[in-house]
Design a protein around this ligand. Structure first.
Ligand code: MTE
Length: 321
């Protein structure tokens, strides 16, 4: 992956500017469950349908978003989240993705869910948006060494999977991103095999922290962040969080994943955030939080250890990285 580069200050929206007050006024109510999931839940009100590329939406750090974070952490601005992206199908230049993905067609959209399930089903965009149920503020740690804090809108993946009735033989879930060279003309030079694929173990997929995101900051998910629907697995390195999902398949074997296919010595199936296991070419002990000077210590499982460590009891993280 590309070395970390600096975000031009022109792409960072000043946080004082606050254009979307309506949404935040409507949602300033707590809904509990934060302790159970380690994420933050709020009473949910439907997101607005504003399509955005990052520049026209100013941002706010709503004080209730802060509650799931450490005292020294703050939510990243919309401009930061929507202006610094990894989406290789559009560009390998993080600051170019937003412009290149600007015209990506995300409606109509459908997600085919099948494999080892009792009730295979194709979900249309409307079905998926109706499932939006909450907002979650999660730390997001990229394997490259940078991190952000992102207020997602979405619903637990478990909610979708329960509708297709997973069969008992299903041990894993495979995901696939939309792929079309006509809409993604730079994809041929991405340097990875496409379509982008990812996978989770069934228990990881069913974990309440695992989210299908359909928005952020109360807005429609920007194209560059994986519109109209992307996975978010907050205790794993960011590349597990596959964007613009079109296919979900339950299977009885570990599915291939894009980065471990590209470089199996550097990227494993699990990819849990782990400050003690270095990437072969760099340390994972620290991270640079976008928007901050200096660096901060990377937390085991990205700070979600209490919620997820039990999933990996007895595993050797040096081998199963
Ligand atoms: N999904 C697809 N389809 N293509 C990609 O290139 N990049 C991954 C992940 N999902 C990627 C993807 C990586 S490396 C990261 S760090 C995150 O998306 C970045 O998500 P963000 O741009 O919303 O921060």
């Amino acid at each position: 992956m590309n070395p970390i580069s600096k975000i031009p200050s022109s792409e960072i929206t000043p946080e004082e500017t606050f254009l979307n007050r309506r949404f935040f006024m409507k949602t300033a109510i707590w809904a509990g469950s934060a302790v159970a999931t380690g994420g933050m839940y709020r009473a949910f009100s439907p997101r607005s349908d504003v399509k955005s590329t990052g520049s026209e939406i100013a941002t706010v750090v709503d004080s209730t978003f802060q509650s799931s974070l450490g005292a020294d952490e703050k939510v990243n601005s919309f401009g930061e989240i929507a202006g610094y992206n990894n989406y290789y199908e559009f560009s390998t230049d993080k600051s170019a993705v937003a412009a290149k993905a600007k015209d990506f067609v995300t409606d109509p959209w459908s997600v085919e869910v099948g494999g080892l399930v009792g009730k295979p089903r194709v979900f249309g965009l409307e079905d998926l948006l109706k499932m939006e149920s909450e907002e979650r503020v999660y730390r997001f740690r990229c394997v490259e060494g940078w991190s952000m804090v992102i207020p997602w809108v979405g619903f637990p993946l478990a909610k979708l999977l329960s509708l297709v009735e997973p069969r008992s033989e299903a041990t894993h879930v495979a995901f696939e991103t939309y792929y079309d060279l006509k809409q993604m003309p730079d994809a041929g030079s991405a340097g990875i095999d496409l379509p982008y694929v990812e996978g989770l173990r069934m228990d990881e997929a069913m974990h309440p922290l695992t989210l299908l995101a359909t928005g952020l900051y109360g807005k429609t998910l920007p194209n560059q962040n994986g519109a109209p629907i992307r996975l978010v697995v907050p205790w794993k390195y960011g590349f597990k969080s596959i964007k613009s999902v079109v296919k979900i398949t339950l299977t009885n074997r570990e599915p291939p994943t894009t980065w471990s296919l590209a470089n199996p010595g550097e990227y494993g199936f699990y990819s849990n955030v782990n400050p003690k296991v270095d990437h072969p070419r760099w340390s994972q002990a620290k991270e640079r939080r976008i928007g901050e000077a200096g660096s901060r210590e990377t937390l085991m499982f990205n700070g979600y250890e209490a919620q997820v460590a039990h999933l990996y009891a007895g595993m050797n993280f040096e081998e199963d990285f």
